[in-house]
Design a protein around this ligand. Structure first.
Ligand SMILES: *Cc1c(COP(=O)(O)O)cnc(C)c1O
Length: 379
């Protein structure tokens, strides 16, 4: 089955008791048993729920995995992965991570004895050099948020395999339409399904996809035992979102490229961060491992002051100033004070997340309207 077909039919079946073509919202916490332990496969909805089950199969299908898991948020999915490890274990992560991942690693898990090294993954040598005898996992986010750095998934998973480490990839920005890490050697894919998989800014949800039976079992146990499952209504919405993923991402890719090119030639713009641009430092790797470059981009204004940047941000009319990304509507965000405020100021400066940086989630509106809006806002 090709990807576009998988988004609609992958892992799906019509509802067996009624023939409903669309998976219903099974808004139930529990299921009848004819005799203790004798039931139709469902006991309690933290363990299994038919709506969630349908979505989890769709998740597995679109990432070419064998198992999918749906969580109450992207961070709950990440939390589930980290619970695979024990006190003393070491994890290598990228240095330009989603702010909430960084916060979870350093403020929640370090106190339980997990240790982390944050390295620039653009150079796989940095990953190699960070490996210790306690290293268990490489946590990869590519493209990164908000600077759109791209790491070579194939090369890094090879390093991981040579050293018996697991690799998990946060594939939120790329989407499985553009990039499929399991095919490139990764063990776990993580998504904030809040973003492109849901696609309509109406649910908060996380996903994990794997291709190994044993790993799936362990993660499912943690999902059940820790309890951060996605609810049936949210699963219904995300399942509906996944059906149009291919169509939406095609347009996100087209619009993203057009907006990046427009910004690149704008006199008030200092630099544009978009892996589809030929002068992006990781363009070659992006071209190799991605089918498209997505709808996420950041740019830096020439005038480097918070005041000037805020003025631009207040001027948008169609594009909405808000956190989050990946919906059909375009959003604009100020990483330094919004999504990445949880990263210490010094770290932020070092990474280049300064006051003049603006992040755009380019939606699927008519690109002429978007470009006009951006042009008016920048002035
Ligand atoms: C939003 C996001 C997350 C966190 O997901 P939530 O659904 O907000 O918990 C993780 N990684 C990336 C890249 C994100 O954009």
């Amino acid at each position: 089955m090709k990807f576009n077909t998988k988004t609609i039919h992958g892992g799906q079946q019509h509802e067996p008791s009624t023939g409903a073509v669309m998976t219903p919202i099974f808004q139930t916490s529990t299921y009848v048993q004819q005799s203790p332990g004798k039931h139709k496969g469902y006991e309690y909805s933290r363990g299994e729920n038919p709506t969630r089950h349908a979505l989890e199969k769709a998740f597995a299908s679109i990432e070419n995995g064998t198992h999918g898991l749906a969580f109450s948020s992207g961070l709950a999915a990440t939390d589930c992965v980290l619970r695979l490890f024990n006190s003393g274990d070491h994890i290598i992560a990228g240095d330009d991570l989603y702010g909430g991942s960084y916060r979870m690693f350093t403020q929640l898990f370090e106190k339980y004895g997990l240790t982390f090294s944050f390295v620039d993954m653009n150079n796989p040598e940095n990953v190699k050099n960070a490996i210790t005898e306690n290293t268990k996992l490489i946590w990869l986010e590519t493209p990164t948020n908000p600077l759109l750095k791209v790491a070579d998934i194939e090369v890094i998973t090879l390093i991981a395999k040579e050293n018996n480490l697991l690799t998990a990839v946060d594939n939120t920005f790329a989407t499985p339409y553009n990039q499929r890490p399991l095919d490139l050697g990764a063990d776990i894919v993580m998504h904030s399904a809040t973003k492109y998989l849901g696609g309509h800014s109406d649910v908060v949800m996380g996903a994990l996809m794997v291709k190994d039976e044993e790993l799936a079992k362990q993660l499912h146990f943690i999902q059940f035992a820790a309890g951060a499952v996605a609810g049936p209504m949210d699963c219904f919405l995300a399942l509906r979102g996944v059906k149009t993923l291919a169509l939406r991402v095609q347009r996100h890719n087209e619009n993203g490229m057009r907006v990046a090119e427009f910004l690149k030639n704008h006199s008030k713009v200092q630099s544009v961060y978009y892996p589809g641009l030929e002068d992006h430092p990781n363009h070659e790797v992006a071209n190799k491992q991605m089918n498209g470059f997505g709808g996420m981009l950041s740019f830096r204004l020439k005038e480097d002051s918070r005041e000037a940047t805020f003025k631009v941000l207040e001027n948008f009319k169609i594009i909405t100033l808000a956190e989050s990304l990946g919906g059909v509507e375009s959003l604009v965000n100020h990483p330094a004070t919004m999504t990445h405020a949880s990263i210490p100021a010094k770290e932020r400066e070092k990474l280049g997340i300064t006051d003049s940086l603006i992040r755009l989630s380019v939606g699927v509106e008519d690109v002429y309207d978007l470009i006009e809006d951006i042009n008016n806002a920048i002035g």
